[in-house]
Ligand binder design. Structure first.
Ligand code: NAD
Ligand code: MG
Length: 359
């Protein structure tokens, strides 16, 4: 088992990573949950059939458990689902000392964390991630749901008591989810430096390679990168923005191509490559763009996806993004691995580069 200790504003919490940890939950959580009253286990529907029983029986060795099964998918991050979950918590007699537990991916984590942040003005929660993307979503204390007006528009900063990451649960993850989650890991590697990035490039040339026994160590490194950035800037006033590398274009692709047509990670991977191209153009980088593209494409990422949309559609979408301010496009550029910076890039420049690289 590997542990990363994360220092949040309100508390410090461990992220424990290892194969088979779900069979050791009672031991691992004993001290953390001493003095608590009950567990509210929130399980993603797809995960219910796979990992609920063993998780429940471990938790039940510590405290009484009530289980809520939420429908899988992004639509569960809704006001309606939050409301059902809160009512269920009240009916199950959850009190201030109860602990919410999320078993699933980023959706279960974000919904459960936000529910915990608001239930009785705040109860504790624990994350039991079951997706690769959760190496991103389970760290950093952001929780939330979507509104009709946009993604993650309602939420709270609410760090968990602990994150217990059983990499054994990843074996049942579909390839598309491996690829999507791995893109955020690649992003963390570009943000970290040459060593991590070279390691991934040398060892991973296909989705099958992502499923290596080494994935636990990559998850750990990836979490350390995110933790370092978030510890410096939990509330996103400064360096936390570096985590948006690849997301300016990524979000625009998701939104304009239609959610479901391109996964979040695929959008991020395409966006990452374009961020390198913008970096070169702004004189901030010296990337061998063909080489970077070849690696990303070997992993199945649709680097050329922006070509399916007009440059105008993309630029307008970027300007409407929550992270844009006053219609200006702020870009995370990368001088070299481990050297990110933010810059305002003229929309005309973005338009020209989109035309140059994708037409
Ligand atoms: P997800 O939770 O929807 O899981 C993806 C799919 O895999 C779902 O269909 C789920 O049912 C299924 N699944 C989960 N675990 C499985 C397993 N072990 N075996 C088989 N199937 C399994 O999606 P995700 O990619 O984990 O997370 C995406 C969400 O995370 C988004 O809503 C995003 O906004 C959020 N997010 C939050 C943060 C944050 O800081 N809070 C950061 C990044 C992303
Ligand atoms: Mg992301």
């Amino acid at each position: 088992m590997e542990t990363v200790q994360i220092q949040a504003e309100k508390r410090s919490y461990p992220v424990m990573i290892g194969e088979g940890l779900r069979y050791q939950l009672a031991d691992v959580l004993k001290e953390t949950t001493a003095g608590k009253s009950r567990f509210l286990l929130v399980v993603d529907e797809a995960v219910d059939a796979l990992y609920r029983e063993e998780t429940e029986s471990q938790l039940a060795r510590l405290l009484p458990v009530s289980t809520y099964v939420m429908p899988g998918g992004e639509q569960s991050k809704s006001v309606e689902e939050l409301s059902r979950l809160w009512e269920f918590a009240a009916e199950s007699e959850m009190d201030r000392k109860s602990v919410f537990v999320a078993l699933g991916g980023g959706v279960a984590g974000d919904l459960t964390g936000f529910a915990a942040a608001g239930y009785m003005r705040g109860v504790d929660y624990i994350q039991l991630p079951t997706t690769l993307l959760a190496q991103d979503s389970s760290v950093g204390g952001k929780t939330g749901i979507n509104l009709h007006a946009g993604k993650n528009l309602a939420g709270a900063f609410h760090p968990p008591l602990a994150v217990i990451y059983d990499t054994g649960t990843l074996h049942t993850l579909p390839d598309a989810e491996w690829r999507s989650g791995f893109a955020e890991m690649i992003k963390h590697a570009y943000l970290d430096g040459e060593a991590f990035l070279q390691d991934l490039k040398a060892r991973v040339q296909s989705v099958e390679d992502m499923k290596s026994p080494e994935v636990a160590s990559w998850i750990k490194r990836s979490i350390e990168v995110k933790a370092r950035i978030v510890e410096e800037d939990e509330r996103e006033q400064g360096v936390r923005a570096f985590l948006n590398l690849g997301h300016t274009l990524g979000h625009a692709l998701e939104k304009e191509m239609g959610y479901g047509r391109i996964t979040h990670g695929e959008g991020v991977a395409a966006g990452l490559w374009f961020a390198l191209a913008v970096s070169n153009n702004e004189g901030a980088g010296h990337w061998d763009l063909e080489k970077e593209k070849a690696w990303l494409e070997s992993l199945g990422y649709p680097v050329d996806a922006p070509g399916r949309l007009s440059a105008d559609t993309i630029v307008e979408s970027m300007k409407r993004d929550k992270k844009a301010s006053h219609g200006e496009i702020h870009y995370v550029l990368l001088e070299k691995p481990g050297k990110p910076m933010t810059a305002k890039v003229e929309e005309n420049t973005i338009r020209q580069l989109l035309d140059r690289y994708y037409k």
